[in-house]
Design a protein around this ligand. Structure first.
Ligand SMILES: [Zn+2]
Length: 290
């Protein structure tokens, strides 16, 4: 399939729902100063930052096809979902996701497992779809893999404040109610080719997904990184982090391990092509295309 990444016997496909300028960079990275942004604008524009200082982001899933399973990692924003605090994601009604899935050769019936790296609104949306006024699992055969502490945290948060996180109500709890959730540790060997790696900080129990055997790896990062700025400056936190200090430590640990190797990083939110490798850059890292 054109555009697919081959990792040994597995293939990895990008399923794009949206791409464009979304968030003001200075709001997205609250600790970033105007001067800091000015210093980095030269390499960020025009690919990662638009002329109005908005970050250009992709919203996408990855599908990993192995000889035994077809696994979807993260499920974007979804359709018909009320997101009052995010106008660009509110009540979406688009066929782009479905078309993107079909263009990669998959239908919703092909997905055996859905893995949510974390339970934020842009990673759980297509877990469910609206049918006769009810939220039902989008992928009829799939088991949904959630990290235990992540699910517990968001379930409690929703109970404590029922209107604060509508995506838990419409895209996570219906999966649990339908007995489709597989609740695992964020360090979890799914099989001999697919391993969940804990990368906490952005959320309480965030995981990334490693695909392939030693020396021929890809890592689906989820939101342990949002922008190549966080490769150059791993300690730079983003606005929705649970614990930015811990997120920075997670970046240092994983990037130290994979930098200057052939490991392909498949990011959730970098603009297309969204994938690349990490190389050493001064006391940190640089994200380069492959
Ligand atoms: Zn995200």
């Amino acid at each position: 399939m054109p555009g697919a990444i081959e990792i040994g016997s597995a293939t990895i496909h990008r399923i794009v729902e949206q791409e464009g300028p979304f968030f003001d960079a200075l709001q997205f990275f609250p600790a970033m100063t105007k001067e800091f942004l000015d210093e980095n604008r030269g390499w960020l524009q025009p690919r990662f930052l638009d002329a109005n200082d908005k970050l250009i982001l992709c919203i996408q899933s990855y599908v990993v096809q192995t000889q035994h399973h077809t696994i979807m990692i993260d499920t974007c924003v979804g359709n018909h979902k009320s997101r009052p605090t995010r106008s660009f994601w509110n009540m979406m009604n688009s066929d782009r996701y479905e078309k993107s899935l079909a263009a990669s050769g998959f239908s919703v019936n092909d997905i055996d497992f859905v893995m949510c790296t974390h339970l934020h609104t842009d990673h759980v949306g297509w877990n469910t779809r609206l049918e006769n006024g009810c939220w039902v699992p989008t992928f009829p055969k799939a088991r949904y893999v959630f990290a235990d502490r992540e699910l517990a945290y968001w379930t409690k948060r929703q109970q404590d404040d029922p209107v604060a996180c509508p995506w838990i109500v419409d895209s996570v709890l219906p999966i649990v109610a339908a007995n489709r959730a597989d609740i695992v540790k964020s360090a979890h060997a799914f099989n001999d080719l697919v391993t969940l790696i804990p990368t906490p900080g952005h959320t309480i129990d965030h995981y990334s997904v490693q695909v392939g055997r030693l020396g021929a790896h890809a890592i689906i990062t989820g939101d342990m990184i949002h922008s190549p700025l966080q490769a150059r400056f791993p300690e730079l936190g983003m606005m929705a982090d649970y614990d930015s200090k811990q997120a920075g430590e997670s970046r240092r640990v994983l990037f130290d391990r994979v930098c200057d190797t052939s490991t392909i990083m498949c990011t959730a939110h970098f603009p297309s092509p969204s994938t690349g490798r990490l190389v050493r850059h001064r006391d940190a890292f640089d994200f380069i295309d492959v």
